[in-house]
Design a protein around this ligand. Structure first.
Ligand code: SF4
Ligand code: SF4
Length: 79
């Protein structure tokens, strides 16, 4: 699948350990498969996902829109 990625854009994925409940919806929804189940625990004791290569992120925001606990923020910055 061809992914649209503006050339002048970088993304940063911020995962807030105060809110993540380890549901793994972000793991399932990311078209780039950037998330995997991790070992680190959130403050609530849930296993949080790990973020893979941020460089591969297209900035589609699907993860941010899907997360039911508002634990994910995708920052899109111009280079
Ligand atoms: S969708 Fe949100 S709450 Fe669920 S694992 Fe991902 S970051 Fe955590
Ligand atoms: S913005 Fe899109 S490509 Fe980037 S991590 Fe979220 S779902 Fe994956």
């Amino acid at each position: 699948m061809k992914v649209f990625r503006p050339k002048q854009q970088t993304t940063k994925i911020i995962l807030d350990d105060r809110f993540c409940k380890g549901c793994n919806l972000c793991v399932q929804v990311c078209p780039q498969k950037l998330f995997s189940q991790g070992e680190k625990r959130s403050r609530g004791g849930y296993r949080m996902p790990e973020v893979g290569h941020e460089k591969e992120c297209s900035g589609c925001l699907l993860c941010e829109m899907t997360c039911p606990d508002l634990a994910l923020t995708v920052l899109r910055e111009k280079k």
